[in-house]
Design a protein around this ligand. Structure first.
Ligand SMILES: C[S@@+](CC[C@H](N)C(=O)[O-])C[C@H]1O[C@@H](n2cnc3c(N)ncnc32)[C@H](O)[C@@H]1O
Length: 254
């Protein structure tokens, strides 16, 4: 159901104390991404100082893509991760997202040269319109944190993967090094929301939701445990750029 005008400020102080416990989180997440879609990629480039492209490329490397792979990129947004997969030449890539305006941006972007064609699908990651055992890789960059129900989403990833397939998840985490940790936390909580809100002219609290949702979400062992609970094995993590983000790779047994 669309949000009414009075619900326009989708993330207020009270909701931001624990965004993951909001019963209508999915609806608010969807409205928020529809609102920021036109400036989403520009904000990412500026605020990560161009590192976000590197993070996606490293995650694709860790997926060890071959020409036979069929990739499903969940919560694909404007398609950066799906295009990074397509550029290394798998058999096929499907990007799916439930925010129509994010997908509308994805469709207009040129693919990289020599890339595999990408198919876009409007779909909820928690109820995927794909049969069991369809894909060899299920990926998600900066998406799982936004799901209403993480366990259900991970079970869906597992279900649509063929035995022998793997899940590749890229998500924010917090750097732990003595100097970098506090500096980054200050940047992430105080500088980033102001600059991002200014660039995007956002009025729905999207860039206050970002640090609040990362700060109250699991990373490291917590995420690896959630992947095992969903049925995955051979779960590994790789922290990148001082641990600002982490890539998780997990397998579905043959
Ligand atoms: C931070 S963006 C990430 C986009 C892209 N993966 C990237 O790397 O830039 C998060 C995306 O997750 C999508 N999303 C969140 N929950 C979803 C769900 N349950 N089903 C499908 N998409 C979802 C949002 O609509 C949004 O486009």
């Amino acid at each position: 159901m669309p949000l009414t005008p009075t619900e326009k400020l989708v993330w207020d102080d009270q909701r931001l104390t624990d965004p993951h416990r909001q019963s209508d989180k999915a609806r608010r997440v969807q409205a928020m991404f529809d609102e920021i879609a036109p400036t989403y990629e520009r904000v990412n480039r500026v605020l990560s100082a161009g590192r976000d492209g590197y993070w996606r490329r490293r995650a694709v490397e860790l997926a060890k893509i071959t020409k036979d792979d069929r990739v499903l990129d969940l919560a694909c947004g404007t398609g950066d991760f799906a295009r990074a997969f397509a550029s290394v030449g798998p058999a096929g890539v499907v990007g799916c997202d439930f925010a129509q305006q994010m997908l509308a941006q994805a469709i207009t972007r040129p693919g990289s040269t020599n890339s595999t064609a990408i198919r876009w699908s409007a779909a909820d990651a928690l109820a995927l319109p794909f049969a069991d055992d369809t894909f060899t890789v299920a990926s998600c960059a900066f998406g799982v944190r936004n799901w209403q129900d993480l366990d259900r989403g991970l079970r869906e990833m597992y279900r649509v993967l063929r035995p022998g397939g793997r899940a590749v998840i890229l998500e924010f985490s917090m750097p732990r090094a003595p100097l970098v940790g506090p500096l980054y936390r200050f940047y992430f909580r105080h500088v980033l929301p102001r600059v991002a809100t200014w660039i995007s002219r956002d009025r729905c609290g999207a860039y206050r939701y970002l640090p609040a949702s990362v700060g109250t979400f699991m990373d490291g062992e917590g995420m690896m445990g959630a992947l095992r609970k969903a049925g995955f094995s051979r779960v590994m993590q790789r922290r990148l750029t001082f641990g600002i983000v982490t890539v998780y790779v997990a397998g579905k047994e043959r």
